[in-house]
Design a protein around this ligand. Structure first.
Ligand SMILES: [Zn+2]
Length: 134
């Protein structure tokens, strides 16, 4: 048993930290700008050496993850609008709520793309049980 306390899972995911040590950053740049290098990742975690791309093309599967995240976000924004502002059949508030949800999803697309990579790597790499190909 290690006496070192593991950083909690959820904050580590939200801060996009390496799944193996939960300390190193998964992305090379904190800012999403410029967008062209938004998804740049180091080859290995700067803290523990965990490989960020387990095999060539590892992140092709993230399309499904970002699709799921987008749908979940759409639903969440729609429900939040419903609860906070209210929807009615007598005016076009449903269309406004949908537009707001879609606009937010488009705005958050860079975050969704990053988050889907984070979630994807967390599915394959467990804390302290680094995944190495050597
Ligand atoms: Zn690490």
């Amino acid at each position: 048993m290690s006496s070192e306390k593991a950083p909690s899972l959820l904050p580590s995911i939200l801060k996009m930290k390496c799944p193996n040590c939960r300390k190193g950053n998964m992305f090379a740049h904190k800012s999403i700008f410029p967008l062209g290098s938004m998804l740049q990742m180091p080859d290995k975690c700067p803290k523990c050496g965990q490989e960020m791309e387990l095999e060539p093309g590892f992140y092709y599967g993230t399309g499904y993850v970002s699709y799921g995240l987008t749908v979940a976000l759409l639903a969440a924004v729609f429900v939040a609008y419903w609860v906070i502002i209210g929807l009615s059949y007598t005016d076009n508030s449903i269309f406004i709520a949908l537009s707001v949800a879609v606009a937010l999803c488009l705005l958050l697309q860079p975050w969704i793309m990053r988050m889907s990579r984070v979630l994807y790597l967390y599915m394959f790499v467990q804390f302290g049980k680094g995944h190495h190909h050597h």
